[in-house]
Design a protein around this ligand. Structure first.
Ligand code: FES
Length: 74
């Protein structure tokens, strides 16, 4: 399914970016281009991050930690 229509980026590509280490919407944008044009898909990108338990920043990329966010570092 296409998530970012401006850049024709699928949810699979976004998930690959997240699995490769993209931990916020800005990082996803840098890795696969989604969210780099109109920004209309950024809420969907944030939702994909949330689905994977990685939502740490706001849609706008503000460094605002989410209350439930954590990434275990051992
Ligand atoms: S829909 Fe993704 S930047 Fe426009």
């Amino acid at each position: 399914m296409v998530v970012c229509h401006c850049r024709a980026v699928s949810d699979c590509k976004v998930r690959q970016a997240i699995e490769a280490g993209a931990g916020d919407v800005e990082a996803i944008a840098r890795q696969c281009g989604a969210g780099m044009a109109c920004g209309g898909c950024r809420p969907a990108l944030a939702m994909l991050l949330s689905d994977l338990g990685l939502e740490r920043f706001s849609v706008d990329g503000d460094a605002r930690p989410a209350a439930s966010a954590s990434r275990a570092t051992v």
